[in-house]
Design a protein around this ligand. Sequence first.
Ligand SMILES: [Fe+2]
Length: 336
Amino acid sequence: MWMCRCLFLVMILWTASIGADPVRVAFGSCARIDLPQPIWHTIASWQPDVFVTLGDIVYADTEDMTLMQAMYAQMDTVASFRKLCSVCSVYGIWDDHDYGVNDGGASYAKRDAAQQLFLDFLKEPADSERRKTPGIYDAVYLDLEKRVQLILLDTRFFRSDWVKDKVTQMRYRPVYDTEKTMLGDAQWDWLEAQLRMPAQVRIIASGVQVVNDTHGYECWGLFPLERARMFRLIRNTKASGVVFLSGDRHFAELSVMDGGVGYPMYDLTSSGLTHTAREGHQAPNNKRVGAAFNGFNFGALTIDLDGDEPEILLEVRGMNTVVPMTQKILLKDLQF
Ligand SMILES: [Fe+2]
């Protein structure tokens, strides 16, 4: 009997220790099929629980769906990527090049067909709701306890056209136009419902940057009313623990701002799995924390909710064991 009780106690302690494991989230964007892809080995070595692609997993840039399908198929045969897929779950959203057109939005003619091909690549089941509704947005819990929520936004399918900037020679300019939308009505309604779900940490993935708005390239800041709506929604739903992830820029950086939410809005950008901008070619960013990084990179979140002080460790990680950026955020600092 004593042996049985001891065994039972050991099993309880073992089960508890499983629950105490931090959740490890890797993410990244921008991989060209015609370039070497050793970074998948580095990501797998970090032993993530999940990998989230934030877009440009291929550079299709086409309305030829046969060509797009072939590019996804080719990506799917990259041995290092397949290895990563075998050791962790893979989630994702698209950005412009895997959506099908550079800087593309709702006016892209093949968006419905592209949605099915993208979901094929992600191995989304044939009967998934994600296939039946327009757009690829989705949300999942990353832990059994449902404390860590991953919200995947679609900033392409419904997005209004940007407005060219003819004055400053920047690519686009911010417009205060109530007709412009980033997410579309249905996705906004869905997002509100997601933010009202219980969670301690909410990772919101966006293809384009949410916080950095100083460069004139694609970002939420080009539609300031839409970004304000996002922050207002977080505040009104009392959704604590939000951290944004973004890609697109071909370098990595951490940005933070006071969006009037009640706690700081962090946006960790990782871009450049196989190619990056030249050193020193990061656009200015008055919301950047620390330095940007131009080497090949992926983002890494270690979410530890069971320590004395629940925390999220944000990292930009380069090839092999290079860690050019580390920022610890205490969960108590992401509360109202
Ligand atoms: Fe890209």
